[in-house]
Design a protein around this ligand. Structure first.
Ligand SMILES: Nc1ncnc2c1ncn2[C@@H]1O[C@H](COP(=O)(O)OP(=O)(O)OP(=O)(O)O)[C@@H](O)[C@H]1O
Length: 307
């Protein structure tokens, strides 16, 4: 495991902002830290970076107990935080990145090729000589992300990397990050409110509220546990004509919506047989398995009053 939080609590102004929190994160996994405003996400991240220390419990990163400033400083060699430090506004993108590469002690030749690769992945090659002060918010976020990737961190910590970005730019940033980490085996923990398309990047999720963990684990497992049955979406040539057939054969396990049938199947093994039966009895245009999302899981838990 790269990170272990063992019964960690943190009190601020007499309030348990993080309350008996336990979770772990395996190498190469991407954890999305989710929860409403004030849930304790940023505090969790500050605990993780050693900026604040827990009142109870312990934090173990790369098998080292995070119990002193010295350990936190040592761990900094393996950890990058996106929002650490600011950019030099009057310098260009490339100048900024060279300065940071130098601060990270990256040899000049390697820095040149790494910066070129990152600018390419993040689609900023044509803007590399632009001054930072001329950049849009989305571009700045990209530069901060590139900067945090430069030291090739084993663990990358992101606090709302897409905050304030429009949906398109935010998706683009995540796409860039995804294509960069695909080959790099970087472990990531990312606090975010951006739930759309999160499964594209996140392997694990942790939903917290009022300082407590509500659910945590691998996203696929949590989704499968939450929706143990499979739902098939069946597009029909003539939905009205097919109503009787579904009534007689699937009684309460289906509903019609927008000319489509949504059929719940309890036993996954029976899916091929069911599809064969349906296609031989009604005119089917297409059948898809309904894939549930992290966003649905989040709001389902929220709607049920768990959060
Ligand atoms: N330095 C501080 N002084 C006082 N209260 C604090 C401090 N830091 C955090 N808190 C309180 O702790 C709680 C959790 O805050 P935190 O910033 O960790 O939440 P968050 O989940 O990151 O929220 P958001 O999504 O709004 O960024 C909040 O009630 C906040 O007011």
């Amino acid at each position: 495991m790269i990170i272990n939080f063992n019964n960690v609590s943190k009190k601020i102004n007499g309030i348990n902002v993080v309350n008996d929190m336990s979770f772990s994160l395996a190498k190469g996994h991407v954890l999305a830290l989710l929860g409403p405003n004030g849930a304790g996400k940023t505090t969790t991240i500050r605990l993780l970076t050693g900026l604040i220390v827990p009142n109870n419990g312990d934090i173990v990163i790369f098998n080292q107990k995070l119990n002193s400033r010295k350990v936190a400083d040592k761990l900094r060699e393996k950890i990058s935080v996106q929002n650490d430090g600011s950019l030099y506004e009057n310098l260009s993108i490339i100048e900024n990145l060279r300065i940071w590469a130098n601060l990270y002690n990256i040899p000049a030749k390697r820095a040149m090729s790494d910066i070129a690769e990152l600018l390419d992945v993040f689609e900023l090659v044509s803007r590399s000589d632009d001054k930072v002060k001329q950049l849009s918010k989305g571009m700045r976020q990209k530069i901060l992300l590139i900067r945090s990737l430069l030291p090739k961190p084993k663990l990358l910590i992101l606090d709302e990397p897409t905050s304030g970005l429009d949906p398109q730019t935010s998706r683009k940033l995540i796409d860039c990050l995804e294509s960069y980490i695909e080959e790099k085996d970087t472990t990531i923990i990312m606090a975010t409110h951006q739930l759309d398309g999160l499964e594209q990047l996140a392997t694990d999720i942790l939903i917290m509220n009022s300082g407590r963990v509500i659910v945590q684990g691998e996203a696929n497992r949590l989704i499968n546990e939450h929706w143990p049955t499979t739902q098939l979406k069946i597009e029909l040539d003539n939905a009205n004509k097919a109503r009787d057939y579904f009534d007689q054969n699937f009684s309460n396990n289906y509903f019609f919506k927008n000319e489509k049938v949504y059929l719940t199947v309890k036993n996954k093994q029976s899916i091929p047989r069911i599809i064969a039966t349906i296609t031989s009895n009604v005119d089917v245009i297409g059948i898809n398995k309904v894939e549930h999302t992290i966003k649905e899981l989040y709001f389902d838990l929220l709607g049920k009053g768990v959060l």
